[in-house]
Design a binder for this molecule. Structure first.
Ligand SMILES: [Mn+2]
Length: 313
C-alpha cells in the first residue's frame, strides 16, 4: 500500500484544487488499488477555493514544493496529476515520481511513462466535469458537498458555461449537480466568482495568479490569464502590469510572456505581450501594442490562445 499524492498544476486555479480534493476523496472511498490518496497543491489556494473548502468543512490540500528522489531501497513517490500533464506545469522533481494516473482536459505534451498508467483525458470544459463522471462510472453518488465543490470548479473553468471550451456534456453534468444541491449552476457560479477579491489584485497577482509555461518552437513562452468582471481597473494599471510581466518572465527564465486580461462580462480579452513573443504574434495574428490588443470573444486561454500559438509554430 502506498500513499499517493494527488495534485493539480502550479499556480492552482479552482479546477486544479477541486479536482485534486474531490478525486482523492473518491479514490479513498473506493480504497482504489489498495492505496491511500492525499490531496495536495503546488501553490496558495485561490480565494474562492479557500472559501468553499472552509464553508464546507473540507480540509485544504497539503502544499508541496518538490518530489525528492526515493531513498536507497525505497519506492518512488506515486502521484496522480489532475488538470495538467505537462512537466513544465507540474511539481519540481516530477521525474522522481511514478505517475500512477492523470485526469485532465488539456493537450498532452512530451508525455512518456515507464509503466502502464490510468489516464482519463477528455476535452470537456473542466477537470471536475471528468471527476463528476468518474463518480458515475464507479457507481458512487457524490455527497452534496462534493457536488458543490465540483460544480464550483466547472463554473469557474468554463466561465459560467460561456467559454468555447464548454461542451454539451458539461451542461448536462452541471445541471445534474445543480439539481442535486438545489441551485441554478450559472447563478451559483456567479456567486463563487464574486468571492474573488479582484478589486484588490496587484499587478503581480494579475500576472502570476493563473499562468502556465509552454514550449513553443524550442522557446519557453508563459501564457497568463487574469479574469475579471470589469477590465477598466486593469487597463488603468498597464505600465505596472508590464513591469510585473517582465519581472515574472525573468524569474521563470522564459523567453516571452503573454497576458490575457479577460473580461467575462464583455466577453473578450485585452492581450499584452512582453519579451520574445514572435510565436504569439504569429499564432494570434496580433502586434505588440503598448496598450495591448482587444480580442473580442477570446475567453479561453487553452483553446483560443495557447492552441493557435502552438499550431502556428
Ligand atoms: Mn481546468
Amino acid at each position: 500500500m502506498s500513499n499517493v499524492l494527488v495534485f493539480g498544476h502550479q499556480n492552482p486555479d479552482n479546477d486544479a484544487i477541486m479536482s485534486a480534493v474531490v478525486l482523492s476523496q473518491l479514490l479513498n472511498q473506493l480504497e482504489y488499488a489498495g492505496n491511500t490518496y492525499t490531496a495536495c497543491c503546488l501553490g496558495p489556494l485561490p480565494a474562492e477555493s479557500a472559501k468553499l473548502l472552509e464553508d464546507n468543512g473540507v480540509a485544504a490540500p497539503q502544499l508541496i514544493e518538490a518530489i525528492e528522489p526515493a531513498a536507497e531501497g525505497e519506492e518512488a513517490q506515486k502521484v496522480v496529476l489532475t488538470d495538467h500533464n505537462e512537466p513544465g506545469q507540474s511539481v519540481a522533481g516530477l521525474e522522481n515520481a511514478v505517475i500512477a494516473g492523470v485526469v485532465d482536459h488539456h493537450r498532452f505534451g512530451n508525455f512518456t511513462t515507464a509503466a502502464p498508467l490510468h489516464i482519463v483525458a477528455l476535452p470537456w470544459g473542466s477537470s471536475c466535469s471528468i471527476v463528476a463522471k468518474l463518480f458515475d462510472i464507479m457507481g458512487v453518488e457524490p455527497t452534496d458537498t462534493q457536488a458543490k465543490l465540483l460544480l464550483s470548479a466547472m463554473m469557474t473553468d468554463t466561465l459560467m458555461l460561456k467559454s468555447p471550451t464548454t461542451t454539451a456534456v458539461d451542461a448536462v453534468i452541471a445541471k445534474k449537480l445543480g439539481d442535486q444541491i438545489g441551485v441554478d449552476p450559472v447563478r451559483f457560479g456567479m456567486e463563487v466568482f464574486l468571492t474573488r477579491p479582484s478589486g484588490s489584485f496587484t499587478a503581480e497577482q494579475m500576472v502570476g495568479n493563473d499562468i502556465k509555461m509552454f514550449d513553443v518552437a524550442g522557446k519557453k513562452l508563459l501564457i497568463g490569464q487574469y479574469e475579471t468582471v470589469d477590465k477598466s481597473r486593469a487597463l488603468g494599471m498597464i505600465p505596472e502590469i508590464r513591469e510585473a510581466m517582465r519581472a515574472y518572465q525573468a524569474e521563470k527564465k522564459a523567453d516571452g510572456i503573454v497576458l490575457c486580461l479577460t473580461d467575462i462580462m464583455e466577453e473578450g480579452s485585452q492581450v499584452l505581450l512582453e519579451g520574445d513573443t514572435a510565436s504569439a504574434q504569429k499564432g494570434l495574428n496580433i502586434a505588440d501594442e503598448a496598450d495591448g490588443v482587444w480580442m473580442p470573444g477570446v475567453l479561453s486561454r487553452k483553446k483560443q490562445v495557447a492552441a493557435p500559438i502552438l499550431a502556428a509554430n
